[in-house]
Design a protein around this ligand. Structure first.
Ligand SMILES: CSC[C@H]1O[C@@H](n2cnc3c(O)ncnc32)[C@H](O)[C@@H]1O
Ligand SMILES: [Zn+2]
Length: 432
């Protein structure tokens, strides 16, 4: 028997194809939306009802690049450039991470993300079974991959590749299909060409998409040219990376020609405005990428370089910084920023039927409490989501039609325990 329930009195942000607000009803059947409209659908008498008065329903936000367990290192190593931050702060601490640390760090991040309206996230890390466990238990949707740094011996690289493919095979389409997997060499500066080619080969064999960090800093682009005679885009193209569906994180330093290459291969870009600003990596050429037809989504990166996982903040930053940098007030309008945080996010991480509110789509959505001073008057609610809202305005969250957050409270995770364990995990890391 199917599980049907109804939302009444709601305001629903639909994009078919332009954004508009529908006031009325949404019907949910199991994991999918089956109706959105002004009129009460027939045959709904006696169904459970959620009263959506003063609530705006938007598609769940999709965070397309991050390292969830790094929340344990939030505030540990601020105000540094990427390479110094990685080499002197992050990597020495990450070396000490146990499976338990990854479990509690990831739990802390998933708690923060769900409570802030993120219903799906991409995670590239080590000890990925722990991350999958958290995704399974919490009810969030996740695109997961074992990130591989290619330093060290041939044996170590072979071991990491094996771990990555085993994880990808075992977890793809698990947790009622909420978990999907990708393959992910960390970056062209930490993985040699042969190692990257092995990931490309494996992605073909397993029919999976690829993900990597690319052209985040000017120094890394220069180093690539010195070492391989090519900028990262041409380098990855030569290694066959773009022969698979692929997503690159950052893509800050791009030439016009490189933008054309990304568009030609349908490579998606995870734009991380907060992290790029904090690490002083630069500002990605988002208006040019969008104009060229590249799918650009939004991401926080890890909480150690952001320092939160608030996707409302990323949408707002995307809408603001590209105006500031270009001098064009029409750059990345609110409507586009919201698509980047939702619909383009789903495309970027290759998950089907999410990222929009429409009949037939997955019931992953968020209710924003509109009954607050900073949302009045109700002139343009899409504008309010981007320029006025924050994660604190999220009242309820559903994934696959199941409620995970109710009145700001997590229903599927033990918030108090997670906070305690995460603090203890950090203290453990600093004392060993
Ligand atoms: C192999 S697991 C992922 C690896 O990525 C590191 N990382 C975190 N943020 C960034 C970033 O902005 N650029 C490059 N690498 C990053 C993290 O510390 C993990 O070791
Ligand atoms: Zn990253």
């Amino acid at each position: 028997m199917s599980n049907k329930w109804l939302i009444k009195n709601g305001k629903f942000a639909v994009s078919d194809p332009e954004w508009r607000i529908v006031s009325g009803y949404m019907l949910i059947e199991d994991d999918r939306i089956s109706y959105i409209g002004e009129d009460l659908p027939e045959g709904t008498e006696g169904l459970p009802v959620h009263d959506g008065k003063h609530q705006l329903f938007i598609p769940g936000l999709i965070n397309t690049h991050g390292h969830a367990a790094m929340s344990l290192l939030r505030g540990y190593g601020d105000d540094l450039a990427l390479q110094v931050w990685l080499q002197e702060k992050m990597w020495p601490m990450e070396e000490k991470f146990t499976a338990e640390d990854v479990y509690w760090g990831t739990s802390l991040s998933v708690l923060e993300m769900l409570r802030g309206g993120t219903t799906a996230f991409l995670d590239m890390y080590d000890q990925m079974n722990q991350v999958a466990k958290v995704a399974q238990e919490s009810g969030i949707r996740a695109s997961l991959m074992r990130g591989a740094i290619g330093f060290g011996s041939d044996e170590l690289r072979a071991f990491k590749l094996k771990e990555a493919t085993t994880f990808a095979r075992e977890w793809h389409n698990q947790a009622d299909g909420r978990i999907t997997t990708m393959l992910s060499p960390h970056s062209p500066y930490t993985c040699g060409p042969e190692f990257i080619e092995k990931f490309v080969e494996a992605a073909h064999e397993l029919n999976l998409p690829l993900h990597t960090h690319m052209s985040e800093t000017a120094a890394e682009v220069e180093q690539n040219v010195k070492e391989y005679g090519l900028r990262p885009v041409a380098h990855l193209e030569k290694l066959g990376f773009f022969s698979r569906p692929s997503l690159v994180a950052h893509a800050v330093h791009l030439t016009d020609e490189e933008i054309e290459v990304l568009a030609k291969y349908n490579v998606a870009v995870a734009h991380n405005p907060g992290s790029n600003l904090k690490l002083a990596s630069g500002v990605a050429r988002v208006p040019e990428l969008l104009k060229a037809g590249v799918v650009v989504s939004l991401a926080t990166d890890g909480a150690a370089s952001n320092n939160n996982l608030d996707m409302f903040e990323e949408m707002r930053l995307a809408a603001l910084i590209h105006k500031g940098v270009s001098g064009d007030p029409t750059a990345v309008p609110a409507t586009e920023a919201l698509r980047m945080g939702t619909e383009y996010g789903a495309k970027s991480i290759y998950i089907k039927d999410t990222g929009v509110l429409a009949p037939g789509k997955k019931a992953d959505f968020v209710a924003i409490d509109l009954d607050q001073a900073h949302f009045l008057p109700y002139t343009d609610l899409i504008s309010h989501v981007i320029y006025s809202a924050s994660s604190k305005d999220v009242q309820h969250v559903w994934v696959d039609g199941k409620q995970l957050v109710k009145n700001g409270e997590m229903l599927t995770m033990d918030e108090e325990r997670i906070k305690r364990e995460a603090q203890a995990a950090f203290e453990g890391l600093t004392s060993r």
